[in-house]
Design a protein. Sequence first.
Length: 644
Amino acid sequence: MSGDADGIAARLRDVVFSYDRDADLPDGPTDAESADAAADYDPDARGGAVLRGVDLDVYRGEVVVVMGASGGGKSTLLRTLNALIPGFIRGTFRGEVDVLGYDATTAETSDMAERVGMVLQDYEAQLFGTSVEAEVAFGPENLAVPVDEIAPRIDRALAFAGLSDLDRRREPSGLSGGQKQRLVFAGVLAMHPEFVILDEPTSDLDPGGTRDVLEIVSSLTDDDPFGDLDTGTDGAGSWEGPETIVLVTHKIEEALLADRAVLLREGQVYRDGPIEEVFTDVEALRSSRVALPPVVDVFDRLGLADPPLTVEAAVERVRDPELEWSPPGPEAAGHAPAGTGDSSGEIEFELADVVYEYDTDRGPVRAVDGVSLAIERGETVAIVGHNGSGKTTLAKHLNGLFDPDQGAVRWRGEDLRGLSMSEIGRQVGFVFQNPDHQIFERTVRDEVAFGPENFGLAGEELDRRVTEAIETVELDGLEEADPFNLSKGQRQRVALASILATEPEVIIFDEPTTGLDATQQARFMDLVARLNREEGLTVVMVTHDMGSVAYYAPRTVVMEEGRVVADAPTREVFADEASLAEWQLRPPQPVALSNALSRTFGRDDALPALSVGEVVESLGGAAAGPGDRRRGTDDTATEDGGRS
C-alpha cells in the first residue's frame, strides 16, 4: 500500500530523547555506519539518549513495523507519535514530530488520543474498568461520543477482537493474559482512531489467537475491514477502520504482514524499506539483533541466492534436482536440537487426578480437570495450549502456589501440601508471566539478591550469584536502577535473574521470553539448556513460543479445556498438523517447512526437522550442534526456533 499519493501521516526529524531530565543530548545524529564505535551508547541504560537522531516518514495507508534490540528505543519511538513523549513522559527531548497535521511535541496527549490509538506493551497497565463492557466504553465516553452510539461501538469492537462470547459483566482482572490483550485492542478500536500504534500486540497470545489478531491487523487498513460486522448505525458503522498502523514486534510472523520495515540500531533508523528487501537483508537483520525469517536463514546457510520469505515459496525453490530431502529418522524422536532433556529416570513431579477450580461470580470454573502425569528429574518439558487451557494453573501446582481441590501433587515422593514454601522455594524456581507480579525491591541488585539472601547467603557467594545472574540477562550497569522504571522486557529479565541467583534444581517458566529480542531469547534459553545438560536442571516451560518448544523441549504436553490431550515427543506432536490445528496451535516455520518438504518428496511418514539447522542438514548442508554460534555473537537465533 504505497502512501505517496495520500501524503504523510507522520514525520519525525532529528528526534532525540533521554529519560534523564538533565541529560546532555548528542549535538547531532550519529553516523549509523560508525555506531558500533559509540562506546557511550547502551540500549538498556535509561540515563543516556534512547533515541539519537531519528528521521522517519510514515505514509497514509501504510502498515509499518519497527524492530530492533530489546531496550533499543522502539516503544519510546511509538510514544512520540501520540504525544506521550514529550508531553506526558518527561525527560530531555529534541526534534520535530508531526502526526496527522498536528505538532505532537506541543499537542495535549488528550487531543492526540482522539486520533491516535495505542495498545501498550504492558497491556495490563491499560486495564482499569470494572467490567469488560465498561473497559471498552471508557474511551468513547471520554471522547463524548453520544450515548446511543456507544453500545454499537462496543458490539463491533468486541466482535472484531474475537471477544463476542465473553460475559461483559466479568472483571478484566479475571481474564487470561490473551483475553486481556484482546480487550485492550477492542477498547482502542471503539475510539475509532485514524492512526493505530501497536506495541507487541500478540505477546501473550496463543498461536491461534496470534493468527486471529494478525488477520485483524492486516485487514484494518482495507477498504471495508469490518465487512459483516458493520451495524449500519451512525457512528458505529461509519468508521472504516484506521488508515495507518505502526507496530513494534519481535515476531517475524507479525512483521511480514507490514508494507514497510524499519530497523532501529543504536537509537537510529538503520534500515528502512519494503518487507521483501529488509527481511532478506541478512547482515542488516543480524546487526540490528532482529531474527532472520527461518526460510531466509535456510537459504543463507545453503548459499542459495534470492531467499524467499514463505514456506510455500521455499518449497517451490527447493524443487531443485541438486537438492535431496533426508529428514530425521525414528532415532531422533525423543531428541531436541539443543541436546536437552536427558532424564535420570527418577521422578521429579507426579500429578495424580489433579482438579482445580476458580470461584467466580458465575460459580466455579474448572481450570484443571483430572490431570495425571509424571516429570522426571533432568527433563525439559513444554506445556502448551490455547489461552485459558489451564497451562499456568497447572504449573502453579508444581511449586505449591496452588493446592489441588482433588488429587495429589508429589515432588520427589513427598506431597507438596506437607512442605513449606521455603522448603520448596529453595529447589523450585518459578518465573511468572507478568514480571510485575514478582518484582518489589527498589533496585535491580536488591531484587536479584532477595531470594538467595532469604535462603541465608551472604558475602562473596551472594555477590557472585547476583553478579552472574545480572550479567547473564545483560543488565549489568543497571544494578542500582529502579526496576519499575525499566521497560517490560528489562523487567522480565530482572525477574529471570532473581530466579537464576537462587541456583534452583528445577525452574518453571511461564512465558519467560516475552519482550526479549532474538539474541536475548537465545542467550537466556541457551543458558538454561546448558544448565539442563551439564547440571541436570529440570525445566518446565509454559509457553506460546512454538520455536522454543521445538528447539529445547524433547517432550511436549498439550492442554485443552483443563485436560491433557497429548503427551508425547515434540517431533511427534509437531508432525500431526491436523491435531495442532484442532488445538489452536501452529508449528514453527522450520517445522512447517520440513513437513511440507516431506509431503513434496513423498515422505509423508517422516518426522519433522525442528530447527533451521536441522532443515539445512536434511537438505545436505552443514550440520550444526547445540549452542553453535555462526559469524559473531549477534548471530544466535532466528524467530520460531531457527537456532543453529
